[in-house]
Structures are given as C-alpha cells and as structure tokens.
Design a binder for this molecule. Structure first.
Ligand SMILES: [Zn+2]
Length: 169
C-alpha cells in the first residue's frame, strides 16, 4: 500500500519519534508499505514520521527497488561513529523540488535493530552515509532545511511559501 508522504511544515515532521518496542506483524507491514511508498516516489529513503508515524524507524534502498539485497531497515538507529566531511546536494520527499548542498560526515557507523528486533551495526560511506544521516535526522525531528545555511534556508522557505500560495505545495 502506498502511504501519503507528509510535506513540510506538517508538525509530525518536527517531532522526535518514539522508540519502537514491539516487533510484530504490524511493524513489518509498515516497513513493507514504506518501501512501496519510497519506490513509488522514486526516493532512496523514507522515515516513519514522513508517513505520519512518529516512531524511530526508517527504510533505505539505494537501488530504488532493483536489488532486494540493498534493502535496509533501521529500527531505533543511532550513529555510533562518524568521520570526514561531505558537501553534496540532497533532496527530501517531504520537500518536493527542493535540492541543496548539505554538510554531512563522509563515513558513519550505525547501530540499529532490524524489523525482527535483532541488533546489528553497519558502515556507510558517500551516498549511504548521507542517507543514514538524513533519515536519522528525521527520527530526531530535524529536517534538512535546518542543516542549510541561514541564507539558503530563507530562500527555500520563501520558495515554499510562494508555492503554497499558488497551490503547488
Ligand atoms: Zn527527508
């Protein structure tokens, strides 16, 4: 099932997600629906708050549905190590048509649970590193627009207000 993706400034997007405590069929169904929604939107990652579920859960697939082995489910994730710097363009499914360069760590290690509750660690570099950081930010209620410089943020907020007024947001 394809879920509705909330757009900025929906308040759920700015709330920190609650830890996931139950690893049941409901959770696994949500995970499946989140992957389906990500592919339908041609995204590479989606966090539960973006579909109105204020929980610490995110799905990532850099292959955009082409390779099942690249599906990553992070439940209650935390970044336990980071190094280096990247400055690359990012987008967000909650901010259609907005792309901006964001400073991120070049390499991170994430500790998380899978959809069955099993803990694991995973390293990410380059795009995967940026994706981990972007999605985990969502679980903390932090949106990429607040990682931009004040100048870029204000320009984009103005662009969003204009689109809202024209009924295009
Ligand atoms: Zn996002």
């Amino acid at each position: 099932m394809i879920l509705t993706i909330l757009k900025y400034p929906d308040p759920v997007l700015s709330q920190p997600g609650e830890p996931v405590t139950e690893f049941n069929d409901e959770l696994r169904k949500l995970v499946a629906n989140m992957f389906e929604t990500t592919y339908a939107s041609q995204g590479i990652g989606l966090a539960a708050p973006q579909v109105g579920v204020s929980k610490r859960l995110t799905v990532i697939d850099l292959s955009m549905g082409k390779n099942p082995e690249e599906k990553i489910v992070l439940v209650n994730p935390e970044i336990i190590f980071s190094e280096g710097k990247l400055y690359e363009e990012e987008g967000c499914l909650s901010f259609p048509d907005i792309r901006e360069k964001i400073v991120r760590s070049a390499k991170v290690r994430v500790r998380a649970q899978d959809e069955n509750g099993k803990w694991f660690e995973m390293d990410g570099e380059e795009l995967l590193s940026r994706c981990f950081q972007h999605e985990i930010d969502h679980l903390n209620g932090v949106l990429f627009i607040f990682r931009m410089s004040a100048l870029k943020r204000n320009l984009n907020l103005r662009k969003i207000r204009k689109m809202q007024q024209e009924g295009e947001w």
